[in-house]
Design a protein around this ligand. Structure first.
Ligand code: CTP
Ligand code: CA
Length: 222
């Protein structure tokens, strides 16, 4: 798909992307995770490289194989690992797109030995993880900062609230209500929301959705 007249709108730009789930260890053999595959974030990373960007992809445990070899890949496991890797790249980034499904809670105690089966009930105490996106929102200088919102109800209202609360330039609302959208599918239906306006796109494959998202971000260049 190389084309001599292909334009490279992201040439000279450093783009940080987080993607995939995180795994929070309970003991050496168990974790708390989620159903994210990382496909949407990886599609954005692949497309950003094609458009000439230097891409740093901070990727949680994902089985996805289709990752462009020109991407700087930072593989992580937990929310805390993802936080460290993202912070390390943020200062020098021009654009940051945080699409990862980060665990909001992690076990307070990560048992050093396998937890044995004992009583009928087991209670795990969980503590909050750091909100990576909100932290970057506080540190933001030149960067264009984009978040994702996965909502099941009051979608627009909840997404706009996240946009404001986390000091973002844009947020991609991902609707789980739409058939063929969200986790594990090859298609997605999004609304791109900025403080000024919102634009809804039809159901498309994730590569096309990635192109739409990057085109909207380019319009926000400061
Ligand atoms: N996010 C993050 N770090 C976290 C939690 C979320 O960077 N610890 C980011 C996600 O990558 C996404 C955005 O914040 O870009 C919104 O995530 P979401 O789970 O929809 O929102 P939360 O703020 O965690 O709120 P809730 O889960 O209660 O809806
Ligand atoms: Ca969350």
């Amino acid at each position: 798909e190389t084309n001599l007249s292909e334009n490279l709108p992201l040439k000279g730009k450093k783009v940080l992307i987080t993607a995939g789930p995180t795994y929070e260890a309970i003991d050496p053999v168990r974790f708390i995770g989620n159903f994210s595959t990382g496909k949407m974030g990886i599609a954005i990373a692949n497309e950003a490289v094609k458009q000439g960007a230097e891409v740093h992809l901070v990727l949680g445990p994902s089985a996805e194989k289709n990752i462009d070899e020109n991407i700087h890949l930072h593989r992580v496991v937990s929310a805390d690992d993802m936080y460290q890797a993202a912070i390390n790249q943020f200062d020098t980034s021009d654009i940051a797109i945080l699409s990862a499904a980060v665990a909001d809670y992690t076990p307070k105690i990560k048992a050093l030995e396998k937890i044995k089966k004992k009583e009928a009930n087991l209670t795990l105490e969980l503590v909050s993880t750091t909100d990576i996106l909100a932290t970057l929102g506080k540190q933001k200088k030149q960067q264009i900062l984009i978040g994702f919102a996965l909502e099941t109800n009051n979608e627009l209202e909840n997404a706009k609230h996240k946009l404001n609360r986390k000091n973002l330039d844009g947020i991609v609302l991902n609707s789980l209500k739409d058939k063929g959208a969200g986790f594990g599918t090859d298609t997605n239906k999004i609304t791109f929301i900025t403080p000024e306006n919102e634009i809804s796109f039809p159901l498309k494959n994730k590569t096309e959705v990635a192109k739409d998202i990057l085109a909207q971000i380019l319009k926000l260049q400061k």
